[in-house]
Design a binder for this molecule. Structure first.
Ligand code: TYD
Length: 192
């Protein structure tokens, strides 16, 4: 099973992924986590380009879409490992939301793996900016408003659970476990 976490910056994806992983392992599942962008050479290049002051322009966004798609191709084998539950911090759905060019992103990600389950950690933009430094190019209100809107639209195309990420860490974690349990045949009573 390929479970993808998505959400705007500051939604708490990495914390929640670790908590879900620990819980699934305690329930006897084998779990592997992946993060996009990856730690590959392409990932390094992506991080450099994300720092550019013109990172939000259409040309640079279209370039980034290419790099994100290439970066994703580099971990395809991992994503296709059916012996484990794969939990991913972001996927091509981030490209749909952030690069905001569905046609181009669709072409580039023709072979990208679609999630079996999408967990969208939904957060209002003001809380996102307050939780993050607010200094990165992608962490400003107008940009993130569009990203959040895209997420809510594109999530309809997938098996998706939308989780309110404004709550405290433990409440969000418990909501995620409740959402994931039926897909894995875990009894609801096992959820702390
Ligand atoms: P990073 O600092 O690694 O992630 P995070 O802030 O989630 O910890 O930078 C990832 C940034 O790249 C994040 O702002 C989202 C963006 N992104 C895209 O724009 N398109 C994509 O396809 C992916 C995977 C990420």
């Amino acid at each position: 099973m390929y479970i993808v976490f998505e959400g705007i910056d500051g939604a708490g994806k990495s914390t929640q992924i670790q908590m879900l992983k620990d819980w699934l392992e305690a329930n006897g599942f084998r779990v592997e986590t992946v993060v996009e962008p990856t730690e590959s050479e392409v990932g390094d290049l992506i991080h450099k380009i994300l720092q550019r002051p013109d990172a939000q322009t259409d040309n640079v966004q279209n370039l980034l879409a290419l790099l994100f798609a290439a970066d994703r191709m580099m971990i395809m084998d991992k994503l296709e490992d059916e012996s484990k539950i794969i939990i991913s911090d972001r996927s091509f759905i981030s490209s749909l939301a952030y690069q905001d060019n569905a046609e181009w992103v669709g072409v580039l990600n023709k072979y990208a793996k679609r999630p079996d389950l999408l967990i969208l950690l939904d957060l209002d933009v003001k809380t996102s900016v307050a939780r993050t430094s607010g200094e990165d190019t992608f962490e400003n209100e107008a940009f993130l408003t569009k990203v959040r809107e895209n997420y809510l639209n594109f999530s309809k195309d997938y098996t998706c659970e939308i989780i309110d990420a404004t709550n405290g860490v433990n409440k969000v974690s418990s909501d995620i476990k409740k959402a994931v349990a039926p897909y894995l045949g875990i009894c609801p009573d096992c959820i702390p």
